[in-house]
Design a protein around this ligand. Structure first.
Ligand code: FES
Ligand SMILES: [Fe+2]
Length: 440
């Protein structure tokens, strides 16, 4: 058994610290895939990626190559990307249209969009008397055990048992509500395609960084300072700098003590929210125009509620980091114990004026894309963490910041006043990790 190679699974995680093997042991990585990623709800994609019957997008869930495909009756299916004949992947591309049915490129077995066998060439003569009959379920493409979507965001679970998607998301579903509510039409549309980055570090290092409010003004200080200098120079010359400079300069001007003013909310299943946003409700004509459109769609009071939603980041454990006020998300696809793929996607608010999209796109390019220094700052730390953790320089990682000062109400752990840089989100993620890992 895999877990027999892993001594003392229960001793790896303590409430305030974690053993380094959790990030470096390849056997433990395999067990994580089996007990976490291939069991819980994992984000597959957005419904707008597969608009027409036959449209598909391929996606990795844990170690499994999967296909999200729209069926002829509009239904969304998630299938294993594997032909039941000799195991060939049915789709080799990231996305496309399979037409009216899947046709395997190896020996032309064909399948309906829900995975059911459609035809095998010369089946009667070739398979007469064998166990391969048309009604043998082994002839079908295997389906994900469960598929559900919430406000257009499609998730699959490879385990037949478990909480429903909305139960699993709990209050963290606000990530999708906030994103969609900001659209005058109440929904978003994905922008094809995404950036893909392979990080040379364990998948949990990326997730732990997402709500780490302690690091931005340290890690990104040099990038923030450089942007601030240019911003000031433009302001001096023209009286006003473009908003996009603020997106970067905030990393220098929002210092650690200011990050402490935010709060973290930590939910069951490892999800967490970091509140507060560094001021993206300016009073420029574009924003005011958008606010008018939103007020027409929802009424003044609801518009105010929507725009004052206090979120910086929502982490949906174990694979999604959502920045709903800016309509973007990063999906985490673990590749091996020290390799992680992240997909960086962004969305359009349906019915919103174009400049609002441009603003979100600027943030996407300046803060989350592979070409920004912000991303490079983080990636260097992630790689250095992996290197350091693989050394004999110590056995534990520390998550002690503001430990013992959290308050718990109805299963939600909240950081105290002035403790926004708490490591409560990391402790919450590791609590979920330990819970998942302990279930054989
Ligand atoms: S492997 Fe798919 S038809 Fe042979
Ligand atoms: Fe960062």
């Amino acid at each position: 058994m895999l877990q027999d190679n892993i001594p003392n699974l229960a001793g790896l995680v303590e409430p305030d610290r974690v053993r380094k093997e959790v990030y470096t042991d390849p056997a433990l990585f395999q067990l994580e895939m089996e007990r976490i990623h291939e069991r819980v709800w994992i984000y597959c994609g957005h419904e707008s990626q597969v608009k027409r019957p036959g449209d598909y997008a391929t996606v990795q869930i844990g170690r499994q190559p999967m296909i999200l495909v729209r069926g002829s009756e509009g239904k969304l299916n998630v299938l294993y990307n594997r032909c039941p004949h000799r195991g060939n992947m049915l789709c080799g591309d990231r996305h496309g249209s399979t037409g009216e049915f899947f046709r395997c490129s190896y020996h032309a077995w064909t399948f309906h969009h829900d995975g059911k066998l459609r035809n095998i060439p010369m089946m009667e003569s070739g398979y007469a008397g064998t166990r391969l009959t048309r009604d043998n379920p082994d002839c079908n493409v295997k389906r994900a055990a469960r598929v559900e979507s919430y406000r257009g965001f499609v998730f699959a679970s490879l385990a037949a048992e478990g909480p429903s998607l909305t139960e699993f998301l709990g209050p963290a579903k606000i990530a999708f509500d906030d994103m969609c509510d900001r659209a005058p039409e109440g929904e978003v549309e994905i922008v094809p395609n995404c950036f893909r980055v392979i990080q040379h570090s364990n998948w949990k290092i990326f997730l732990e960084n997402q709500l780490d409010a302690l690091h931005p003004s340290v890690t990104h200080q040099s990038t923030g300072r450089a942007a601030r200098e240019v911003e000031l120079a433009i302001e001096k010359a023209t009286g006003k700098a473009p908003l996009s400079y603020h997106m970067l300069s905030a990393f220098a001007t929002v210092t650690i003590d200011k990050w402490d003013n935010f709060r973290t909310l930590n939910y069951p299943y490892g999800h967490c929210i970091l509140t507060g946003y560094m001021g993206l409700r300016p009073q420029d004509p574009d924003t005011l125009d958008y606010e008018r459109v939103l007020a027409r769609a929802y009424g003044e009071q609801r518009k105010e509620e929507i725009l004052s939603t206090d979120i910086h980041h929502v982490l949906l454990y174990p694979g999604l980091s959502v920045q709903s006020p800016l309509q973007q998300l990063r999906a985490v696809r673990p590749l091996s114990v020290d390799r992680t793929l992240t997909e960086i996607w962004h969305f359009r608010l349906k019915g919103a004026p174009e400049p609002i999209y441009r603003r979100a796109l600027a943030y996407y390019n300046l803060v989350n894309s592979p070409s920004t220094m912000i991303n490079a700052d983080d990636l260097e730390n992630f790689w250095k963490c992996q290197q350091g953790l693989s050394s004999d320089g110590g056995d534990w990682l520390s998550f002690h910041r503001h430990f013992g000062r959290d308050s718990e109400r109805g299963g939600v752990v909240e950081t105290g006043e002035g403790m926004g840089t708490s490591e409560a989100p990391m402790r919450n993620q590791m609590r979920a990790w330990a819970q998942c890992m302990s279930k054989a």
